[in-house]
Design a protein around this ligand. Structure first.
Ligand code: UD1
Ligand code: MG
Length: 403
């Protein structure tokens, strides 16, 4: 990974950890947070260490891909080990188990959020286990997809299957807050009970998050890079709610939910950073659908159980733009080729946008003109940072008028 992006990613991660620890110290949950930081750092080191050592095994098993954006060059003919997201995901699950064990195991590890959050209701052991089952199920199905190279219509359904453990066990709140302007206009109450529709909403969120990352892909470093950035902003959002500044209904409940989310997202960010180091241009490994689905499902689970799914969507703005722009090809109105990547120009060594490939990667290239793959990735990740910043600002100021 190049020096610039490494420094930028490390600074971003350090800033997110710093903000989180500051908030944690302010409300007396620093020891709890420190165990998450230490185990996350171990997750980063282990992922970074094991990926180059396990990549040859996946290649030997036939899990390789051609680097399409280098077509016509020696690098374009060299098979790149695929699905290394499996290593990051496995280490992530190990880290979560160790974290749970370090807190004493059983329901205590989940429910004991120190005196600072007691006696607020926190996510129970059943829901925690169900969320982890969904993430694990998703990793299994993602790896199956990498091995079997499933058709697009089956890929879409995989997250729905993986979300089943959460959907079946979920017994949390099923109400949503109606935005103030809407309830004033309609003269209705603040909370709308969604009942079974809430389960439909959770399923749709899981399908969206997983596929949104998977179809905003194909450029070295983009899948893992966008995930690290989103995770850093999720952590920033969590940190702000661990020690909320404005008036809130239930500060202790809010704190418990966001501490819970930090436990899921910080190890994820760390393991993904370890993967990104090897996936950055020129990619020594590809992350595979295993990673894209794992990332999307982790975000969906953390946001559903942390009760901030609307904020998560504000951090997915580039993915939302890419999804909406892709829709004609996703639903089959316009033919969708197997790969919708740009064209590599061997003379200029730059990527050129293809107008009939309806995704954000090509749209940006058509707007800016040809660019090297590395520059394109940095630009798309910078756009992610801008959108996530705007999303969080919007969330912070809009909430005063909406709630
Ligand atoms: C999704 C996209 C597809 C895009 C692909 C790239 C839709 C509907 N599908 O398909 O358009 O081409 O992701 O990931 O939008 N690859 C590279 N460079 C990279 C990463 C991947 O060349 O930096 C290529 C490799 O050949 C790799 C393959 O993409 O083997 C992985 O594709 P896969 O994840 O199987 O594609 P889909 O998720 O089905
Ligand atoms: Mg993919």
């Amino acid at each position: 990974m190049g020096a610039g992006p490494t420094v930028a990613a490390s600074l971003g991660a350090a800033a997110a950890v710093g903000v989180t620890l500051r908030s944690a110290a302010a409300v007396g949950v620093l020891p709890r947070l420190l165990s998450t930081v230490v185990l996350s750092a171990a997750g980063f080191a282990a992922t970074h260490h094991f990926i180059p050592r396990l990549a040859p095994l996946l290649a030997k098993a036939g899990l390789v891909g051609k680097d399409i954006n280098k077509k016509g060059t020696p690098a374009g003919d060299t098979p790149v080990p695929e699905a290394l997201g499996l290593v990051a995901a496995t280490i992530y699950l190990i880290v979560l188990c160790l974290l749970h064990g370090a807190r004493g195991g059983g329901s205590r590890a989940v429910t004991d959020l120190e005196a600072a959050v007691r006696p607020a209701a926190v996510v129970g052991i059943e829901l925690y286990t169900a969320a982890l089952s969904s993430v694990t199920f998703m990793i299994l199905l993602g790896f199956a997809d990498d091995v079997l190279d499933l058709k697009w219509r089956y890929k879409l359904a995989l997250p729905l299957v993986a979300a089943l453990p959460l959907l079946v066990y979920y017994d949390g709140p099923t109400t949503i807050v109606i935005p103030r302007p809407v309830r004033e206009a309609l003269g209705v109450g603040r909370l709308l009970p969604l009942g079974v529709l809430y389960h439909v909403y959770m399923a749709l969120l899981s399908i969206f998050c997983t596929n949104a990352i998977n179809i905003y892909a194909g450029i070295n470093g983009l899948e893992a890079g966008q995930s690290v950035i989103i995770a850093a902003f999720v952590l920033a959002h969590n940190a702000m709610n661990v020690d909320p500044t404005g008036p809130v209904d239930d500060a202790l409940g809010l704190r418990a939910n966001h501490l819970f989310s930090i436990d899921l997202v910080m190890p994820f960010a760390a393991c993904t950073l370890g993967l990104l180091a090897h996936n950055w241009f020129p990619s020594a490994v590809f992350v595979g659908d295993t990673f894209c689905y794992f990332a999307g499902m982790t975000f969906a689970m953390a946001a559903i159980l942390g009760h901030y799914s609307e904020t998560l969507l504000l951090l997915f703005i580039p993915q939302l733009i890419n999804f909406v722009y892709s829709l004609p090809q996703l639903v089959g109105i316009v033919p969708c080729p197997r790969h919708r990547l740009p064209r590599y120009n061997r003379e200029t060594k730059k990527l050129e946008g293809i107008a009939s490939h309806l995704n954000l990667v090509n749209l940006v290239l058509l707007m800016t003109g040809p660019m090297t793959e590395q520059h394109l990735c940095v630009l798309l990740l910078a756009f992610q940072v801008v959108c996530c910043t705007a999303g969080l600002l919007l969330r912070r100021f809009a909430i005063l008028y909406i709630l």
